[in-house]
Design a protein around this ligand. Structure first.
Ligand SMILES: Cc1cc2nc3c(=O)[nH]c(=O)nc-3n(C[C@H](O)[C@H](O)[C@H](O)COP(=O)(O)OP(=O)(O)OC[C@H]3O[C@@H](n4cnc5c(N)ncnc54)[C@H](O)[C@@H]3O)c2cc1C
Length: 464
């Protein structure tokens, strides 16, 4: 084939990129393209932190492509229209892309395939975002799994795709029009500087550091919020700065020669990668989870929408130090520790009784790693309505969670600096004297015991 396009979406790398490697091997010249949308201002599913990380990662992708003789072509507008136009301009017979597991991406693929076909061109779509996708992992009856543990067992039994090399050469024709590399201002967003460094090189360095040591103590340290015991790779997997295959195989290599504890830790880490794929397959088979409770028993559940309560939660001013620390970590860095995500999500749904969709949307706007499938899965798990969710009656107590996972108050004091001088025991329980911990810090906005009872009532009434 003479000419092809590679449509970059959530695979912003030149190492082990399945569709890009196929395009490079099948076509004499390849146009690598990214299409930015025209929306401006508020967006339900993204916000300044993730768009800033995207922009940095696109700049780094362009640099990497230039180092192998190519460059990134950027177009703006409706992806299908722009790709068809560019395919015409470049005389491309085929558009290569990696499959997007989200319903929005799937729809685009369907539209694009139809539009290209009408002109005698072709769309070729590859598996890349996950090691196993769609209905590859099935029960004995051939149906998709609804529960994680049997899914993960079946997942582990399947042969794993290997990781490919870094591309060394890509020939791209001259003279094609390109917009400049995007900046957050293009979408009317403020710059965001709080996140980790974008780009494939920085992601690979994070992976190297994690594999060089922390992975072997992952199981013991992953829940301690003040500790840096997790990989911090979620945004890299989200944007495709690293392939899941590379992360998986290199993690397995790290286990070789390790003590039993170290090997267990590596498997614990790999099981988190499996959760990511579990939620992809849930969303693939049940796109309705974006609007409804996964568990039909809880559809029609009574959720509140109180704007003031929601604003206090978003701003990290609930008077629950552990919740406030987590929300402020999110605002400052575009990231929140996994344990903290569970605590804040349970607090929103079980202590404030607010609709989980409000929290889900806020997380998508704030998180750099915002991933529709995992975020929805995490929210529905916490709300007690999801696939393999925490049973509704297992309601975490935010005070106990703080004592267990931040016993020294280090996480709280880092993110809620006004509490830095407060004795730790006062952070771990509601104020006994009914007075604020420091003058400008709010009193706990609700009583956990009372709200727990209210949650139990709502769930019982819906389920019967
Ligand atoms: C309410 C809620 C919302 C969440 N929203 C997102 C989201 O938008 N994007 C996202 O990537 N993760 C989400 N998670 C999962 C998890 O919190 C993050 O993946 C994790 O905190 C990222 O940090 P890490 O890379 O250091 O993770 P590690 O602990 O090092 O895990 C390694 C990788 O496994 C995957 N992973 C880990 N835990 C989970 C999980 N529970 N579900 C799915 N994948 C997982 C991630 O890709 C992660 O990078 C959410 C969890 C909850 C409870």
């Amino acid at each position: 084939m003479k000419s092809a396009l590679h449509w970059f979406r959530r695979d912003l790398r030149i190492t082990d990129n399945t569709a890009l490697a196929a395009a490079a091997s099948d076509a004499e010249s390849v146009v690598p393209v990214y299409v930015t949308s025209r929306w401006r201002g508020g967006h339900r599913w993204t916000g300044a932190p993730r768009q800033a990380f995207l922009c940095g990662s696109l700049a780094s992708l362009d640099k990497n492509l230039r180092s192998i003789g190519s460059r990134l072509v950027v177009r703006e507008g409706d992806a299908v229209e722009e790709l068809v136009r560019l395919a015409r301009e470049a005389g491309a017979e085929v558009v290569f892309t990696n499959r997007d597991p989200d319903p929005f991406g799937r729809k685009q693929e369907e539209r694009l395939a139809g539009a290209l076909k009408a002109e005698g061109r072709e769309l070729r779509v590859f598996k890349d975002v996950a090691m196993h996708e769609r209905d590859e992992v099935r029960t004995g009856e051939g149906t998709p799994f609804r529960v994680f543990t049997p899914y993960s067992r079946a997942w582990a039994k399947l042969p794993k795709p290997s990781a490919g090399p870094r591309l060394t050469r890509l020939t791209t024709p001259e003279g094609l029009r390109s917009e400049g590399l995007p900046e957050p201002g293009r979408w009317g967003l403020e710059p965001f500087r709080g996140g980790v460094e974008p780009g494939e090189k920085a992601a690979r360095e994070r992976l190297r550091k994690f594999l060089a040591g922390p992975i072997l103590s992952y199981a013991a340290r992953r829940d301690t919020m003040a500790d840096d015991g997790t990989s911090r790779l979620s945004q890299d997997l989200r944007m495709g700065l690293l392939s899941p295959r590379e992360v998986y195989h290199r993690a397995r290599t790290a286990a070789e020669g390790a003590e039993a504890d170290g090997r267990d830790s590596v498997w614990k880490f790999i099981s988190e990668l499996v959760w990511r794929e579990f939620y992809f397959q849930i969303l693939w088979h049940h796109p309705e989870v974006l609007d409804h409770e996964f568990n039909p028993k809880y559809r029609g559940m009574e959720w509140d929408t109180d704007a003031q309560k929601f604003a206090a939660w978003c701003a990290g001013r609930t008077g629950f130090p552990i919740v406030d620390a987590a929300m402020r970590q999110l605002e400052a860095t575009g990231f929140m520790h996994n344990r903290a995500r569970m605590i804040t999500a349970m607090f929103l749904t079980k202590d404030l009784h607010l609709d989980w969709r409000m929290g889900e949307g806020f997380f998508m706007q704030q998180l750099i790693d915002g991933e529709i499938a995992s975020n929805n899965g995490g929210w529905q798990w916490s709300a007690g309505t999801g696939a393999d969710a925490a049973p509704y009656f297992r309601i975490q107590n935010p005070w106990t969670q703080c004592s267990r996972y931040d016993p020294e108050g280090a996480y709280v004091k880092r993110w809620v600096p006004e509490l830095a001088g407060v004795a730790v025991r006062k952070i771990l329980a509601p104020p006994a004297d009914g007075k604020p911990l420091v003058p400008d810090y709010p009193l706990p906005m609700v009583d956990h015991g009372t709200e727990r009872d209210e949650t139990l009532r709502r769930f019982r009434e819906t389920a019967t």
